[in-house]
Write a protein that binds this ligand. Structure first.
Ligand SMILES: [Fe+2]
Length: 196
C-alpha cells in the first residue's frame, strides 16, 4: 500500500470526507443518535484484529446499507471515535464491511461495504443489518478506523447475544457492541479509541 493511501482511500478523499463529516453534523439528530462520549475508564486504545480474507479496497462513501440486503431488522451501528485522552476525533474515517444475513460477503461489488467520516463531535453512524454467521465464526463486523493523522486500526466487532461467540477463538469481549432496542430496529454502539 502506498503511503498516500488509507486501505485504498486516497488522502485527497480523506480531506474531502472531512468536509462531508461537517455537513453530516449539520443534520438534526434523531433520538438514537443522541450519544454522549463516556470513556473515563478507557485507558487503552481499541484492540486490533485481522481484516480477514474478504476486504475490498476503495469502498464508497456510504452509511446506509439497508438497500444492500433483503428487508429485515435494521441495526444502527454508531458511536464515537476518541483519542487516547478520550477527546472526540473529527474527520476520522470509519470503514465497514460485513456478511449479509445469510453469512455471505459481496466479493464482486460493494454491497454491505462503505466508509463514513466522523463529524465535529467525533460521531459515526451506519444503518445496516446484523451479519449472518458462517462456519467457525461468530457474527461480526469488520472495521477500519483512522484519525486524520493517526495509524490505521483494523478490528472486528461482535454481538454479546450471539451463541456463536462461544466457538470463535477470535472473539473478544472488549470488542462487543452495546446493543439496545428491538421490534425490527436495534442500535449497536461502539466507541473506538485510536491513536491520534
Ligand atoms: Fe468476516
Amino acid at each position: 500500500m502506498r503511503d498516500d493511501q488509507v486501505w485504498g482511500i486516497h488522502r485527497r478523499h480523506l480531506l474531502a470526507g472531512a468536509g462531508a463529516g461537517l455537513t453530516l453534523a449539520a443534520l438534526p439528530l434523531r433520538a438514537d443518535t443522541a450519544l454522549t462520549p463516556a470513556c473515563g475508564d478507557r485507558a487503552a486504545v481499541t484492540a486490533s484484529q485481522g481484516e480477514g480474507p474478504y476486504f475490498t479496497p476503495d469502498s464508497p462513501l456510504k452509511g446506509d446499507f439497508t438497500g444492500d440486503t433483503a428487508p429485515g431488522e435494521v441495526l444502527v451501528l454508531q458511536g464515537f471515535v476518541l483519542d487516547a485522552s478520550c477527546r472526540p476525533v473529527a474527520g476520522a474515517v470509519v470503514g465497514l464491511w460485513h456478511a449479509d444475513r445469510r453469512g455471505r460477503y459481496d466479493n464482486s461489488g460493494f454491497s454491505l461495504r462503505g466508509h463514513q467520516y466522523t463529524d465535529e463531535a467525533g460521531r459515526y453512524r451506519f444503518e445496516t443489518c446484523t451479519p449472518g454467521d458462517y462456519p467457525g465464526r461468530a457474527r461480526h463486523y469488520h472495521v477500519k478506523v483512522r484519525a486524520p493523522k493517526g495509524p490505521l486500526l483494523t478490528t472486528q466487532l461482535y454481538f454479546p447475544d450471539d451463541p456463536g461467540r462461544l466457538r470463535d477463538f477470535g472473539y473478544k469481549p472488549a470488542l462487543e457492541l452495546a446493543l439496545d432496542g428491538g421490534n425490527g430496529r436495534r442500535t449497536g454502539r461502539f466507541d473506538f479509541v485510536v491513536r491520534g
